[in-house]
Write a protein that binds this ligand. Structure first.
Ligand SMILES: CCCCCCCCCCCCCCCCC(=O)SCCNC(=O)CCNC(=O)[C@H](O)C(C)(C)COP(=O)(O)OP(=O)(O)OC[C@H]1O[C@@H](n2cnc3c(N)ncnc32)[C@H](O)[C@@H]1OP(=O)(O)O
Ligand code: UBL
Length: 216
């Protein structure tokens, strides 16, 4: 993954993107942890590699394994593949990940929205990442990337150069939590990340829950 990271980090110069990063010290939890971040597009791969800590593996949809050389590189890079369409299968894989995290002292990076989302807000979170953290009794470390909408037109797949703000938030402890606490933990993480997303993106969180730029 270190090799992939070095290679992918250079792409930002190609695309004229800059990253403004805050809170990297929050990765130093001194133990495995589950990192959760918002997911807007394939460009997130650059954002991922920009701050990816050593000894951190990612959870990906299994379809990506069958994307030729990229799938092979991901496999060799230690990416864990899940079948999003089968909750029972995904649960089994994640239960194994909880054990491996502790035995091999690795962090796990998951996109709790479960899919790319360029709508200028966060999708409701899936609960797998939070079950994993509670099963392994490790902290959740939220990471938020500002909206790409200021420089990336998803429909035309075109983008100009731009700055992406990234914030690593305070770890959320799960020691002592049980599966009954998953919904509360998910919601707490969701609201903290959504608030940060609007702040970093210069968006105002309308009372009815929608978002608009404060420039409008
Ligand atoms: C030069 C070029 C080189 C290039 C090289 C390559 C460079 C890149 C390398 C890095 C690659 C990074 C790749 C990133 C790719 C990212 C993706 O693919 S994102 C899509 C895949 N990821 C996810 O989907 C993760 C988020 N999803 C989940 O966590 C889901 O919860 C799930 C585990 C998949 C289950 O799906 P679903 O059933 O839809 O989810 P829920 O509604 O949350 O759960 C339903 C139900 O089940 C309960 N539950 C969920 N998980 C668990 C569990 N682990 N244990 C127990 N119970 C679980 C949950 O609580 C719900 O029940 P409830 O009664 O409603 O509470
Ligand atoms: C066209 C822009 C190209 C920008 C290149 C940026 C750097 C790319 C680095 C490596 C390229 C290969 C990365 C392969 C991993 C792709 C990750 C990804 O974004 O998969 C989508 C998945 O999460 C969710 O799938 P869906 O949104 O549900 O379907």
């Amino acid at each position: 993954m270190r090799i992939i990271k070095t290679a992918v980090k250079t792409f930002k110069y190609l695309y004229g993107l800059r990253f403004e990063v805050k809170g990297l010290e929050n990765f130093k939890v001194g133990s495995p942890c589950v990192i959760v971040s918002n997911h807007q597009s394939i460009l997130d791969m650059m954002g991922l590699m920009e701050i990816l800590p050593d000894g951190c593996v990612q959870i990906a949809k299994k379809e990506l394994l069958y994307t030729g050389s990229v799938g092979l590189v991901m496999y060799l890079g230690g990416v864990i593949f899940i079948n999003r369409k089968s909750t029972s299968n995904a649960k089994m894989v994640m239960a194994d990940v909880a054990k491996t995290m502790l035995s091999e002292n690795v962090m796990v990076w998951i996109y709790p929205e479960g899919t790319r989302n360029g709508n200028g807000d966060l999708l409701p979170f899936k609960k797998g990442a939070f079950h994993l953290a509670i099963q392994a009794q490790v902290p959740v470390v939220p990471v938020v990337y500002s909206s790409f909408s200021s420089f990336y037109d998803r429909k035309k797949n075109l983008f100009t150069s731009g700055k992406i703000r990234v914030e690593v938030l305070e770890p959320i402890e799960t020691k002592g939590l049980t599966p009954e606490d998953v919904t509360e933990l998910t919601n707490r993480c969701y609201s903290t990340m959504r608030e940060t997303f609007f702040r970093l993106s210069g968006l105002v969180n309308e009372p009815n829950g929608s978002a608009r730029t404060h420039l409008q």
